[in-house]
Design a protein around this ligand. Sequence first.
Ligand code: FES
Length: 279
Amino acid sequence: MGEGIKLPVLNGLGRTNRIDNWWSKPMAMGIGLTAALIYTVWRLFLYGTETANGGSLISYELHGSTVMSPIFSPNVLEWNLFGLNEWNHPEWVNAAILVLWIPFGFRGTCYYMRRVYYRTFFASPTACWVDEPDINKAIGYKGEKRLFIFNNLHRYFLYAAMIILVIKWWDVTHTIHFTEDGINGYGASIGTFVMGLEAFLLTMYVTSCHALRHLAGGMLDRWTTGISRARGVLFGKISVLNRSHGFWFWTSLIFVFLGDLWVLAVAEGHLSDMVLFHV
Ligand code: FES
């Protein structure tokens, strides 16, 4: 076998012959992820979940329907299950604190997300044809070991995320039934579209998941007859969605925060929701 060809990459962090703005994408992604983290901490621990007079800041009511912030959905503290609704919890505990480990774990171990944070935060690799920090060369990529071994839990986070997804759609149904103030029946408000769009984007993100594709049919040696053929078809369909997995990652993430801002603005009285139609 011949020796590998040594590519003429310039040595030194960030040095390259590339003339395009190779740094702009990782930088934008790094800013986006950092902003998401800061917003989440601010919302969960600093801003609070109630107004001064005890009103909710995680959801609002509109003619008997309920619109819930995506960050605080599912609102497990209202569930009968395990007596959570009667739990005399500390003031700082809220529904998001109890549940967010699932979306965090799911997104944090996502194959696409790994690519993003390896490049953005570890500069490993910095970019195609761009030199990486000396420390990376010294340590080298050792695969999914040590702390990164938890990335292998992605499949299990997928199962949990699927349950969350079903509850998200369940929450959407709570926005379409109006029972008060002379408006009775089923319809939609702006909140319905906000929650519906959030649930839709999350559905696309989950159904384009690499691990789901593997489960659907990728784990089989061949797709020949019966169930295996059907699984092969499913594999093909998920593969099509999978091509845009990065797009669904970002749009679903951004909409969690836009949805929360919408609910917060209405709950605080800065904006108001309205019934768009009902029957
Ligand atoms: Fe991204 Fe599964 S690979 S969510």
